[in-house]
Design a protein around this ligand. Structure first.
Ligand code: NAD
Length: 509
């Protein structure tokens, strides 16, 4: 099904392995890439052996010494070329993302568009890596701060954004002068090989050395090698909170830097002043888009009691119209979950909702029959629950939407919204200025992303992306998130013949 696309992307049976640019390794254990769309084996991919890993990290470390000396705008031009190539390959790569990961073709294309957008952003950034000038307290002195590259940046990514998260990290890290080593999800290896191949060809055509962009393949063990490796200056890790807590401890033990982008438990507050048409569209897309497998998926709807029944009725009606099936068919709204393990965790969550006292308004099931042969297609669920249930406190990576009733005012709703351990994305639907401003204030949402009259799902690359609490605290993508990929240096220059000490201290010899 995807043979033509793999050929256009230059993925052949010869290079299904890990790579530092042009040299492909295949020393580790092979693993399979299965499509959740039809359950078919797409390819067997070679993992990285420890020996491959050592070669790759050595190369990345050595090449860093050259790459950091190339002026940032010239590094930016490499990223411009990456953006140009991605424009050309958008439908092809978008289709591979859809087939290997299971999200809709439109969302696959949207992911590639995010890659293009971050390349544009990084190109501009390459001329704007600004530091401050600071007025010295001493006469004849000048102070400023500047940013230098860190070294080798390790990127660990999740299955659900198999290409965009790499691009967010790589475009910025490379413009900042670092070399990168990517450990993609073992569930989407072909997307990773495609990205690496596209960038490796550009680097090669520009006469640049091996080791600027690198790929290591394998499961969590390969991620653990990166986390423990003191040659890796920064680990940018995207995935579950469980993974983030493990990585954080390992990296902290060697006092390395981390940028953690972990799980969410995102809520939309629906106040009596909400535009209900907008609310329903935002909530349904947020809950079932990517089959509920976005870190920003809407998990909870916190609805005022005065409009609760109305919202419930409109939502259940909208769910009745959802088409579930092949994500490459643009008529369908909901595609499959990534694999059978994800289906199992969806079914476990449904059991827990019932045993913990929740009520299923739209019951769940695994779909069977023609078109559902992979066993990964499930019915999106709506459940009435209370916020404190253990299952509601937990992120289930599936299309399960919880309805929670609130009484009182917006502060009561905010307390419920903040009453979970995660802190990624949040939203309020209201036309009342006071409610909106309170939600965005210091007494409002405790999340990294807080929206008014927009759902929780997705974000523009121009803003810094990430969240608080169990979401890990990291920020990547736009705004000044680039600072995490650089080391700051404060410089003081004395252009006099005296040596006055700071704070007026005298030291006479
Ligand atoms: P996961 O945690 O199972 O795996 C993510 C990556 O981490 C994979 O590459 C995996 O091999 C690696 N890994 C796992 N354990 C590791 C360890 N101990 N040390 C080093 N590497 C390890 O997550 P997943 O199932 O692929 O993705 C879903 C999760 O990712 C959800 O929780 C979702 O919310 C989160 N996510 C967060 C963001 C964000 O920006 N906040 C974005 C996408 C996904």
């Amino acid at each position: 099904m995807i043979k033509k696309e793999l050929k256009i992307l230059g993925i052949t049976s010869l290079n299904l392995g890990s790579s530092t640019g042009e040299n492909w390794f295949s020393g580790g254990e092979a693993f399979e890439s299965l499509s959740p769309v039809d359950g078919k084996l797409i390819a067997k991919v070679s993992g990285s052996s420890q020996k491959d890993y050592e070669t790759i990290i050595d190369t990345a470390e050595n090449t860093f010494k050259e790459w950091r000396l190339i002026p940032a705008p010239k590094r930016g031009d490499i990223i411009r070329q990456l953006g140009d190539k991605l424009r050309e390959l958008k439908p092809t790569l978008g289709k591979l993302v859809s087939y290997e990961m299971g999200k809709s073709y439109q969302e696959g294309m949207g992911e590639v568009q995010e890659m293009i957008d971050i390349c544009d952003f990084a190109l501009g950034l390459s001329r704007q890596l600004y530091g401050n000038t600071i007025h010295s307290e001493r006469p004849g002195h000048r102070m400023y701060d500047q940013y230098h590259p860190l070294g080798v940046v390790g990127i660990i990514t999740a299955f659900n954004f198999p290409v965009a998260v790499w691009a967010w990290n790589t475009a910025i890290a490379l413009v900042c002068g670092n070399t990168v080593v990517w450990k993609p999800s073992e569930k989407t290896p072909l997307c990773a090989i495609a990205c690496q191949k596209i960038l490796a060809d550009i680097l090669h055509n520009n006469g640049l050395p091996e080791g600027i962009s690198n790929l290591v393949m394998g499961d969590k063990e390969v991620g653990e090698w990166l986390a423990a490796d003191s040659r890796i200056a920064l680990i940018s890790a995207t995935g579950s909170t469980r993974m983030g807590k493990e990585v954080a401890v390992t990296v902290a033990q060697r006092l390395g830097k981390t940028l953690l982008e972990l799980g969410g438990n995102n809520a939309i507050i629906v106040t009596p002043n909400a535009d209900l048409n907008m609310t329903i569209i935002g909530a349904v897309f947020g809950a079932v888009g990517t089959a509920g497998q976005r870190c920003t998926s809407t998990r909870r709807l916190i609805i005022h009691e005065s409009i609760y029944d109305k919202v419930k009725k409109q939502l259940t009606k909208a769910y009745g119209q959802l088409k579930i099936g092949d994500p490459l068919d643009t008529k369908n709204h909901v595609g499959p979950l990534i694999d059978k393990a994800a289906v199992k965790s969806y079914l476990n969550a449904l059991d827990k909702i019932k045993t913990q006292g929740g009520k299923l308004l739209i019951k769940g099931k695994v779909l069977e029959g023609k078109g559902y042969e992979s066993g990964c297609y499930v019915q999106p669920v709506i459940a009435e629950v209370e916020n404190h249930y253990e299952i509601v406190q937990h992120e289930t990576f599936a299309p399960i939407l919880y309805l929670i009733k609130y009484q009182g005012n917006i502060s009561d709703a905010i307390a419920l919204q903040n009453g979970v351990t995660q802190g990624l994305s949040s939203a309020v639907m209201t036309n009342n200025l006071r409610e909106a401003e309170l939600f965005l204030s210091a007494a409002g949402s405790d999340c990294g992303i807080a929206n008014v009259n927009i759902g929780t799902s997705g974000a523009e690359i121009g803003g810094a992306f990430g969240g608080e609490k169990d979401t890990g605290g990291g920020r990547e993508s736009g705004s000044d998130a680039w600072k995490a990929y650089m080391r700051r240096q404060t410089n003081t220059i004395n252009y006099t013949t005296d040596l006055p000490l700071a704070q007026g201290i005298k030291f006479d010899l």
